[in-house]
Design a binder for this molecule. Sequence first.
Ligand SMILES: [Zn+2]
Length: 190
Amino acid sequence: MNRKLRKFQRLIEALELLPSVGKKSATRMAFHMVLKNPMDAMKIAHAIEDAVSSLHRCKQCGGLSEDELCYICSDEMRDRSQLCIVENAKDIYIIEESGEYHGLYFVFEELGSTVIDNLKALLDKEPVEEIIFAFTPSIQHDALILYIEDQLQDRQLRFSKIAQGVPTGVELENVDTLSLSKALHERVKI
Ligand SMILES: [Zn+2]
């Protein structure tokens, strides 16, 4: 790239930081933003700035939130007897889209010192009776499920996991809504 187009080069490099965006798409997007539709580009820039500065993790579930507690954790109409454990905040969004689930969530991203404490804190606060694991089916996740169950064995809880319709190793975001609804509906007791 011509050295005189340093700012353009910087834009391409910034776009390439996004997941699934390679140099080719980043260059195409940069040309579009700068030459074809600068107004839309400004709109995107403002939306990113606004979202990044006002969104963070919910203190209770770890999902995306604009406030200390997300709209799900603070919604009194949710079924507080069910807790769905997901592997990332994005999966909450996907399950909500399916419209099949009305309980609470907890994001169990990776095993760390605080995540079990945070989960226990939630269980101390909410009258949860059933825990539904909505992890991508895999041997590693089955081991994690056993570990979590073990950590919570002194509590009166039922455990289940989504099964039917979610193929092994396929991430939730790639499962169609109908299959996901079916998987939640036909969850198996563990
Ligand atoms: Zn929350």
